[in-house]
Write a protein that binds this ligand. Structure first.
Ligand code: ADP
Ligand code: ASP
Ligand code: MG
Length: 412
């Protein structure tokens, strides 16, 4: 039997009614002759609640116990989905990550899937089971502990199953009906894309568009998984939603495919560090050893042999970054006057493979922001994206102005 993977996100399984609605969609595919692997998220809000409980109990928590707690939301929805399907006379069984097993690294709270041996589930399909409901977001480490895959990780579970079972397609059911030119909650003019290239989706996801977890797009690209994003709230035809595919499968596209943004950025500045060779290496080695993911970097103009060094990192790593540079100062590795953390910033990015062959996108982006009176604090670019760090209060304005200026509401 051909295998289909269907993933339902938090809002799509938020109530028993919605689980029933999702189960009906699964029933439709079973009736077409598919063996279906359903990946479920926790009910919406549940994972946030669990994360909050862990933080309240233990601020510098043991990541193994964090995973034990925050993975539990998915266990509930997996069991409920299997029961709902059984009530509809669809032979179904639920599986937690360790039962499959979804084998991961031991990087707790950010584990990577290493392998998913398909034998156990395949044997059940051979016995007549039609649906394997699998708890998303979780796996098991080589040490036998429960792991989680990072926030939004159920998308990655889904794509990894599609690759492991050679599925015909991986359908990601969510609360929007596809991938848009920007988050439709921020711009009313956002337009749904019928197709988007893997590379563009990868950039949009890693720059903040949380509709797909970045790692899921990487896996889909590597294993050539046919990946589709669609709504769990609407009746669906076979070509509904957005197909994430190879660049060659897209006929026409705009130079800029989309605008992404992230509120989870902080800007940190080391004031008055010595301006001499090797200093940047020392600062960023200290940060990296401290487990800080530095994103953007600028070194300000030097005066009298001293300079300011600025970088951005995720807001929840500010404390770690502070400790890393303070320790390096205590150890005499670096010297600076003070360290300043600014959490009131946001990153806004434009993304498009058309930028490889078109010049002027950066100039236009900066002009648009300047016309709105928005000051750019830090800039980074790659072949297919330009990102700027700005004052957070202008984030929505910047997204809307860029969406207008690049005419993203119009198809190519
Ligand atoms: P799920 O719980 O189904 O995994 P998520 O909340 O993780 O859903 O992702 C869906 C959300 O992603 C949408 O509700 C939307 O607000 C947001 N989003 C951000 N950028 C985009 C985009 N470019 N296209 C579509 N949705 C986007
Ligand atoms: N429930 C997890 C989260 O909220 C995983 C997911 O939904 O993808 O991050
Ligand atoms: Mg998600």
């Amino acid at each position: 039997m051909p295998v289909l993977v269907m993933k339902f996100g938090g809002t799509s399984v938020a109530t028993l009614d919605r689980i029933r609605r999702a189960a009906k969609r699964v029933g439709v595919e079973v009736a077409k002759g598919y063996d279906v692997i359903v990946i479920v998220s926790a009910m919406s809000g549940k994972t946030n609640e669990l994360v909050g409980w862990v933080g309240e109990t233990s601020p510098l928590f043991d990541a193994r116990e964090y995973d034990a707690v925050v993975s539990s939301g998915e266990n509930v929805t997996a069991g409920l989905m299997a029961l709902t399907l059984q009530e509809m006379d669809v032979p179904a069984r639920s599986w937690q990550g360790w039962q499959v097993p979804v084998q991961t690294t031991s990087a707790h709270s950010a584990a990577r899937i290493e392998d998913i041996p398909p034998e156990n589930i395949m044997a059940k399909f051979a016995e007549g089971m039609k649906v394997a409901v699998v708890a998303g977001f979780q796996g098991v480490s080589p040490e036998g502990r429960i792991t989680t895959l990072g926030r939004g990780g159920s998308d990655t579970t889904a794509v990894a199953f599609a690759a492991a079972f050679n599925a015909e397609r991986c359908d990601i059911y969510t609360d929007v009906d596809g991938v848009y030119t920007t988050d439709p909650r921020v711009s009313a003019k956002a337009r749904k894309l019928d197709r988007i290239a893997f590379e563009e989706m990868l950039e949009l996801a890693s720059l903040g568009a949380k509709v797909l977890q970045t790692r899921s797009v990487e896996l889909a690209m590597r294993y050539k998984v046919k990946l589709r994003v669609l709504s769990s709230f609407e009746e669906q035809s076979d070509d509904a939603g957005t197909l994430v595919c190879d660049e060659e499968e897209i006929m026409e596209s705009n130079v800029v495919a989309g605008v992404a943004f992230s509120r989870d950025e902080a800007k940190m500045t080391l004031v008055s560090v010595a301006d001499r060779p090797g200093i940047a290496a020392k600062i960023f080695t200290a940060l990296s050893d401290g487990g800080v993911n530095v994103d953007m970097i600028v070194q300000n103009i030097a005066e009298e042999g001293r300079t300011d060094m600025t970088w951005s990192c995720p807001t929840d790593q500010v404390a770690r970054a502070q400790k890393a540079v303070e320790d390096a100062k205590t150890d005499g590795i670096i010297n600076y006057q003070e360290v300043i953390a600014d959490r009131d910033v946001a990153k806004v990015s434009v993304v498009g493979i058309g930028m490889r062959s078109h010049t002027g996108v950066a100039a236009k982006m900066f002009e648009v922001l300047s016309a709105e009176g928005i000051n750019i604090q830090v800039i980074t670019t790659s072949e297919i994206k330009i990102s700027v760090l700005i004052d957070r209060k202008y984030m929505e304005l910047a997204v809307q102005a860029l969406h207008d200026a690049f005419e993203l509401e119009k198809a190519a």
